[in-house]
Write a protein that binds this ligand. Structure first.
Ligand SMILES: Nc1nc2c(ncn2[C@@H]2O[C@H](COP(=O)(O)OP(=O)(O)O)[C@@H](O)[C@H]2O)c(=O)[nH]1
Ligand SMILES: [Mg+2]
Length: 404
């Protein structure tokens, strides 16, 4: 269970003011001391992430956050960290309690609910400390108005845990239960797919990377078949397979060469483009890619990479894409980089374009959130595969398999 990649887990964020019992609730759900519980407000600092198997949903990732009402300079840093959690949350648990000062509904609950609703994240409201107090009719009325389900809970004894679990399961978003296929719907039953996986010095030793493995698994799940080759073998393999394969999927690094080797009659795309469809709002990302034509020398570009790996040699994000971009635009660009969950949401409007990596380790919600932030700031956002295809002049060809 622990080896399920993070991006597959349903991310459940736990939000609320300090001392309402967020950490206690997480501990009651996981029956382990993963979060420090304290009578002193402000004990949880960084978000605590806790993976578990929540049947029948499967693997989930709980994220316990610091109180949204924290004061002081350290507090504002905690609030910033908590706000980042909104972007990867797929279900939002809002914990409150009638026994808090000011009752169970304050500007803070309103603020949390607003953030979650803005992202279309389903919400479950918990009246915690039900051993001490009853839900107030006023808060219940607000929740009904907003169509937010709620349960009563006592995190100290676990009273109400069954109702809480059931309510959580009812709140699971549909697209998590049925994620779109990666590649298997792009070919007909019986048609062959060729996957091009260059093994260069950036390839990890002795294994394949996640998007490649996931793509192979998707082919197998659909009872289809594929051949995996390096770019240097592609030409020879294509000449040998009869009937010819329906689709070639390549690592973006080898895009130009693979486009060259693959006859026009065979469809072709990249792993990264498959993941643009799986992880984000694909039509919007395609449209945004075309704005590369509006770039001018000096334009400010943000290249966002989800993993914090150390770049080796001709790294795609730090060397290759900047080179292709500057060649296309015909001059120097002002290129900036962001890594991991850091994303400059406050200064996005300064950029002319955001280019996001395939984000294979991330959940769909986080990519959709980034697209939302970009839309709000009026900045087009594309991804590595789409941008590379565009820059190499094979954009339409790489999108042909998707029929859009
Ligand atoms: N009586 C009662 N106390 C609770 C309940 N849940 C949490 N507490 C207590 O409230 C305090 C704050 O809990 P904690 O989980 O650290 O709150 P957090 O700041 O929201 O993470 C602790 O002293 C807990 O023991 C509950 O359901 N009933
Ligand atoms: Mg806490």
């Amino acid at each position: 269970m622990q080896t399920t990649p993070k991006g597959f887990r349903l991310h459940i964020g736990i939000f609320g003011r300090r001392n309402v019992g967020k950490s206690s609730l997480l501990n009651a759900l996981t029956r382990q001391q993963s979060s420090i519980v304290s009578e002193q407000a402000g004990t949880t600092t960084d978000p605590v992430e806790k993976p578990m198997e929540l049947l029948p949903i499967g693997p989930v990732q709980f994220i316990d956050t610091a109180g949204i009402d924290d004061e002081g300079s350290l507090g504002s840093l905690r609030i910033q960290k908590t706000k980042e959690v909104f972007d990867r949350t797929e279900i939002g648990i809002v914990v409150s309690s009638e026994s808090q000062q000011d009752g169970s509904w304050t500007v803070f609950e309103q603020q949390i609910v607003d953030e979650l609703r803005k992202r279309k994240v389903p919400i479950l409201f918990i009246f915690n400390k039900s051993d001490l107090s009853e839900p107030s009719p006023e808060t219940v009325e607000i929740l009904k108005q907003l169509s937010i389900p709620f349960v009563r809970f006592d995190a100290l004894t676990g009273q109400g845990i069954l109702e809480l679990r059931e309510a959580l399961i009812r709140t699971v978003p549909e697209d998590f239960l049925t994620p779109p296929p990666i590649v298997s719907d792009l070919v007909l039953p019986g048609e062959m797919i060729v996957l091009v996986v260059p093994v260069d010095k950036e390839a990890p030793k002795g294994r394949l990377i996640l998007p490649q493995v996931q793509t192979i698994r998707d082919v197998l799940d659909a009872h289809q078949s594929c051949i995996v080759v390096q770019d240097a073998q592609l030409k020879e393999v294509l000449s040998r397979i009869q009937p010819p394969p329906a689709l070639v999927v390549t690592d973006s690094q080898a895009f130009a060469q693979v486009a060259d080797y693959t006859p026009e009659s065979i469809m072709m795309t990249s792993f990264s483009i498959l993941f643009a469809r799986q992880k984000g709002d694909f039509p919007t990302m395609i449209e945004s890619t075309r704005s590369i034509d509006q770039l001018r020398p000096g334009s400010k570009i943000l290249i966002a990479e989800s993993c914090t790996h150390h770049p080796i040699g001709e790294d795609i994000g730090t060397v290759k894409i900047p080179n292709w971009l500057q060649k296309y635009v015909g001059g120097e660009l002002d290129i900036h980089h962001a890594q991991g969950h850091d994303f400059p949401t406050n200064t996005l409007s300064e950029y002319a374009l955001v280019i996001q990596c395939g984000a294979c380790m991330w959940n769909r919600r986080e990519i959709l959130s980034r697209q939302m932030h970009c839309r709000e700031a009026n900045v087009p956002m594309t991804n590595y595969g789409l941008a590379i295809a565009f820059l190499l002049g094979i954009f339409d060809r790489a999108l042909k398999p998707f029929n859009i």
